[in-house]
Write a protein that binds this ligand. Structure first.
Ligand code: ARG
Length: 466
């Protein structure tokens, strides 16, 4: 047997054989869960203070524990703390650091606590902090979209369905669409935070404890909203991690869609948008290339977010009640989802802030593709023509314009009258992309007044100063 040369195990008593070194290497988690160090220390300090408040430790002992834990925190931050697979995870590392300093006092910290409720608490604290950072990053991106929308408020661009020219819209309208999606994502994040913000500590291994602990004390100290009501559930619940991974995935999918749209818009062929060069990269062989690699990576990274969510769901699928070691595998997926979205948000916001529309090229092409056909159809309906008839009539006019290679506005009155006897001058007011936009009147439409209202509402919601 390959024998461990490491320190005595936390479960030492009953074992007659040492842990196999291969098992240590296989089962360690400190290589990744060291990221929970701050949360573990915060949780332990709150736990120690609570133990003192109920008489399971003296106040002096709790003070010593808190002080030593802060020293350990300082060592970890400074990179001076020693990590070894033999001590398995961050919880055992910190506890053994404490015992090395305080002896028996350190050995009291784990009173009425298990690593099962400890890791569940640490992970919730970690996720709660991450949720707040992600929310701030998403708000920043919303502000970037809003800023660009305000700068481009009067610009009319083609909007597409099936990636075919459909109807004209204000660029601001399309940009604010991303603010809406991100607002829903933030809302889901806030909802996930509510369920994350529940305290498992005090559930102990699974059944609770016969010791007279005060969970409310710990709840208050750590700022949790409520104390988990069922110890069996609380020690193993990872729903909050799945929810977070889902919200992060959906946000990543939204940003992937955005990236795809802007990759298309910024092609020479579409010519709608110019990306900031600092957020593009070149080719090592084709000197003329200015590539949208950042947007491609935003799109590409959404794949790993979905992968992490899938990993978490499958991880939980077969687990019976209470803690199983499988749960150790939750962390890397959760960490990676958080890190990835933070990285994406970190480049997306400045990229949006630095982008600008190619107004000249937009102006050149905006009256191509008969974007005003629906506008004309609705004008006919406004004059009493049944919708199906109006649709068919405009279809004939579009066909005529296509055959001649002109826009609807360029057809003469005589040409139009050949397809539609009721033609009159008022109907010309519906033609042209800008007019089509101006004629919109429904709530939530791309009408300039409606878009101005959206901008005002977003400025208010996002706290943009006047
Ligand atoms: N490192 C473990 C994890 O992340 C901590 C809990 C270990 N509990 C246990 N009973 N072995 O899940």
């Amino acid at each position: 047997m390959t024998q461990s040369s490491g320190p005595k195990k936390a479960w030492g008593g009953v074992f007659q054989e040492p842990t196999d070194a291969r098992v240590e290497a296989f089962s360690e988690s400190v290589s990744f869960d060291r990221r929970l160090a701050d949360d573990d220390i915060d949780g332990s300090i709150a736990h120690a203070r609570m133990l003192a408040s109920v008489g399971l430790m003296t106040v002096q002992e709790a003070d010593a524990v808190a002080q030593a834990l802060e020293e350990i925190r300082g060592e970890i931050h400074a990179g001076r703390f020693e990590f070894t697979a033999a001590k398995e995870d961050i919880h055992l590392h910190i506890e053994s650091g404490l015992t090395a300093r305080l002896g028996d006092t350190g050995r009291k910290l784990h009173t009425a606590r298990s690593r099962n409720d400890q890791v569940a608490t640490d992970l919730r604290l970690f996720c709660r902090r991450a949720i707040d950072r992600l929310d701030a990053g998403m708000a920043e991106l919303q502000r970037s979209f809003l800023g660009l929308a305000e700068r481009e408020q009067d610009l009319v661009i083609p909007a597409y369905t099936h990636l075919r020219r459909a109807q004209p819209v204000l660029a601001a309208h399309q940009l604010l669409g991303w603010c809406e999606k991100l607002a829903r994502d933030r809302d889901r994040l806030a909802d996930c935070r509510r369920r994350t913000n529940i305290l498992p500590l005090g559930s102990a291994a699974l059944a609770g404890t016969s010791l007279p602990i005060d969970r409310e004390h710990v709840r208050e100290a750590l700022g949790f909203e409520a104390v988990a009501a069922n110890s069996l559930d609380a020690a193993s619940d990872r729903d909050f991690g799945c929810e977070l991974a889902f919200v992060v995935s959906l946000t990543g999918i939204h940003l992937s869609q955005w990236a795809e749209e802007w990759i298309i818009w910024s092609t020479h062929e579409f010519g709608l948008l110019r990306l900031p060069e600092g957020f593009c990269t070149g080719s090592s062989i084709m000197p003329q290339k200015i590539n949208p690699d950042v947007l491609e990576l935003v799109r590409g990274k959404s794949a790993r977010l979905v992968g992490n969510l899938q990993q978490l769901l499958v991880l939980l699928k077969g687990l019976p009640t209470a803690y199983n070691r499988d749960l150790q595998e939750d962390k890397e997926a959760i960490f990676d989802s958080i890190d990835t979205l933070e990285a994406v948000l970190g480049v997306a916001a400045p990229l949006v802030a630095g982008a600008r529309f190619d107004r000249e090229r937009v102006a050149e092409s905006i009256d191509q593709g008969h974007l005003d056909a629906t506008s004309l159809m609705e004008a006919l309906i406004g004059q009493g023509v049944p919708q199906r008839t109006a649709h068919e009539t405009v279809g004939l006019l579009v066909r005529r314009a296509m055959t001649r290679g002109v826009s609807l506005a360029e057809l003469t009155d005589e040409e139009i009258a050949a397809d539609y006897a009721g033609w009159n001058a008022a109907l010309r007011g519906a033609l042209g992309a800008s007019r089509a936009v101006e004629r919109m009147q429904s709530f939530g439409s791309t009408a300039p007044a409606a878009v101005a209202d959206q901008i005002a509402a977003w400025r208010h919601r996002l706290g943009v100063a006047n």
